[in-house]
Every structure is written in C-alpha cells, then in structure tokens.
Ligand binder design. Structure first.
Ligand SMILES: [Zn+2]
Ligand SMILES: [Zn+2]
Length: 394
C-alpha cells in the first residue's frame, strides 16, 4: 500500500490523502485551503481531470478544509460521508447557495454522497475502510482504519478528546483499533505551547455566569459547531430567551431529530428563531442570541441593544479576529473571547499513539510536523512532503 498526502503535511487545512494498492485507489478528504484568497485547486489525473482512476473519496467530516473541493472531483467517482455530516453539509450549503457572494457546492453532488455507518467496514476493491466516530468541533466526524496488503493504517482526521464526547475516543480505539502499522495523525494545536486544552464542559461552566449576570448576550459561534451551541444552550438561565435565526434553528432541529432522543444536550428545547414580534419579550426578559459575523439581520438586532450594555461572547478561533469584516462587525461592543479548540492537544495525540503502538507516525494538518518528535520519538516520526509517495510495502 502507498500513502500520498497531496496536501496537509506542512499546513492546516486543504487536506487530501491518497491510499492505493496495485488495484485500488481511494482518497480521504478533498479540502480547500484555509486562506481562501490564495487557495489552490487540485490538479490530479484521474481525480479532477482525465479518465477517472479513483474508486472512492471518503470525507472525515463537513468542514471546508476537508470537503471544500468536492465539486472538482470527477462526477463518476463515488463519495462517502457520515449520515448527519452529509445532512448538515447540505443544510448549510442550501443557505450559502442563496447568496451570490459566497461559494457553495452543487446541491445534487451533495445529495449523491453515499453514507457509511460507525464500525461498519466498507470494501473498496482490496482496501477495507472502517469508520470510527470521534469528538471534534464538527458534529459526526470520523477516523478511518484502512487495511490493505496486510497493513493497517489509522487516519485520525480532525479529532480531540476534550469535548463532550471526548471520553469515547479512548475506549473506541482500545476496543476496535488496537495496534496499527502507521498512524496518520493531525497536529493542529502543536504550534501552541499549552499541552492541555480547556474542555467544552469547563468552557460551558465559564459561560454560565456571564449569561446569568448580563441581560442581553450575543454569541458569535460557527453555525455547525453543534457541541458549542448545545453547551451554551444548556446554561441559558430559566426565563431568558434562546434566540437564533431560521437557518440556525433548522440545523438544531436536524440534530434534535438525529440525537435528541439519545442525549438531552442535543434537544435545543428553548431555541426560537428571531422575529420582530419577539422584540418586546426579549427586551423584557433578556436573551442569549446566536449571531454570525457579517449577517446584516443579526447586526440590526445587535444595534437595537447597543446602548443597553450587551455582551458579545466571541466563541470562535481568535485568528479570525484579524479579518476586517469581523473586526467591523464586533467594533464598539464589549467582547469576551471564550473558546476552546476543536483539535487534539498533546495529551490526546499521546493517548492515540500509546494505544495504537504504530511503527511509523506521519503528521498532517499541522504547521509544525517536527513537533511530533517530542510526543512519539525520532525513530517513529516520518515527515513527508506534499505529494511524496510513502510505501508501506506488502
Ligand atoms: Zn480540518
Ligand atoms: Zn475540522
């Protein structure tokens, strides 16, 4: 089996990894680069051009840096994704497709995506792929075990262990994965110094008193960061409104339908969509409203409360604060930055390597692959270049 990381050996995002045997060729993810202004499309024979020579593309989750180049994949290549991941991608996509200024996917192409189930292996030619659900800032994200030519690889995709579902990662790996030959592991957070990330649980408990002490709170949060939305909803005081827009509510309603019966966290029972006849009640009782930077409707509501000391909780990656449209949107408001990463910290990476005991660790989704050395040792570390062929042998 060969592994080729087409992009992602020295950068965060833009992920695409090829696994191939003599007879079969699959890809894991086909993502866009995070710097959208300078993002480069892929130009790969048999995938994006020429006669198709690829048996399937599997997406770990719906983030754009993993599926953003979906529309450039030859139309006759089957695509696979988790059930909820596909649905949420489509709900988001349908909203984006209404805006002429934003890039969206072909709706039919998303509809055509095939779905897989947790722990149920899929055979594509002579490659066996088994999906394992993991904790991440995207709902319904997966690691894949890839088996072919007598070798076993674990491809982590984006994951973490400090979210609400983080505790499940270790037993999943112990019970179902065990020892592997090669670990292809994300290392997003390794460019930072702290070894341990704040948990979603701790973050939610830090947000709770802010919602209790401030009558009017706006929360800037990704509309598909389900666990963050759920955590914040769970600490909105009784008597205060939980407000979002119609689109955001449709995402929450989908998650409620999908998982509300399994966990009260995903019921979003208080959530209401904003409409003007709620103004008086919201003003009287107070509220927590989810908003998105750049949305003029959301800005209008924020402006209505500008003189009433509202608090804006910024609950996204702080790097986005450099962007002019976000700066403008938040200008003049009392802002509290309250966020935790969607990615594995050093402890989580160590835990995965301890359980899977790989002979070789290949870093990806990181700007500092060399930082893996202190976690896995020099002997196991294999830093590849984008496009380099790594041969596992037979
Ligand atoms: Zn990613
Ligand atoms: Zn992600």
């Amino acid at each position: 089996m060969n592994i080729i990381i087409h992009r992602g050996t020295h950068q965060i995002g833009g992920c695409a990894t090829e696994y191939r045997t003599k007879n079969t060729r699959i890809f894991i993810d086909f993502g866009a680069e995070l710097d959208s202004k300078n993002a480069r499309p892929f130009d790969i024979e048999g995938i994006t051009k020429g006669k198709t020579n690829c048996d399937a593309v599997f997406f770990t989750h719906y983030h754009g840096d993993h599926m953003g180049l979906l529309d450039t994949i030859n139309k006759d290549i089957p695509l696979y994704m988790g059930v909820a991941s596909k649905e949420i991608a489509q709900i988001l996509n349908k909203r984006l497709s209404k805006s002429p200024h934003v890039k969206s996917y072909n709706v039919d192409r998303i509809d055509s995506i095939l779905t897989f189930e947790v722990l149920k292996p899929i055979m594509i030619g002579d490659i066996k792929i088994t999906p394992y659900m993991v904790d991440h800032s995207a709902y319904d994200a997966y690691m894949f075990k890839i088996e072919a030519d007598g070798k076993v690889v674990l491809h982590t995709g984006d994951f973490r262990t400090h979210g609400f579902r983080g505790k499940g990662v270790k037993p999943t790996l112990e019970k179902n994965v065990g020892k592997v030959d090669v670990l292809v592991c994300e290392g997003t957070t390794l460019s930072r110094t702290e070894a341990r990330c704040e948990t979603e649980y701790e973050l939610k408990n830090r947000i709770k008193p802010i919602l209790e002490e401030n009558k009017y709170v706006f929360v800037v949060c990704s509309s598909t960061n389900i666990d963050r939305l759920a955590g914040i909803c769970s600490v909105i005081p009784i008597g205060k409104y939980c407000i979002c827009d119609n689109y955001q509510l449709s995402v929450m309603e989908y998650v409620r339908k999908h998982a509300g019966h399994k966990s009260s966290l995903y019921r979003f029972s208080k959530a209401k969509y904003y409409r003007e006849n709620l103004d008086e009640k919201m003003n009287g009782s107070g509220f927590c409203m989810f908003v998105r930077c750049g949305n003029p409707e959301h800005k209008k509501v924020m402006e209505m409360y500008k003189d009433k000391n509202p608090v804006v909780i910024y609950s996204m990656w702080k790097g986005y604060l450099e962007q002019d449209n976000i700066k403008r949107f938040l200008d003049g408001y009392k802002r509290l930055d309250m966020h935790t990463s969607g990615h594995a910290d050093s402890d989580a990476i160590k835990m995965v390597t301890d359980i899977t005991q790989p002979e070789t660790v290949i870093p990806m989704h990181t700007e500092v692959p060399e930082a893996f050395e202190k976690l896995v040792g020099k002997d196991k570390l294999m830093i590849l270049k984008d496009g380099e062929i790594y041969n596992l042998g037979v």
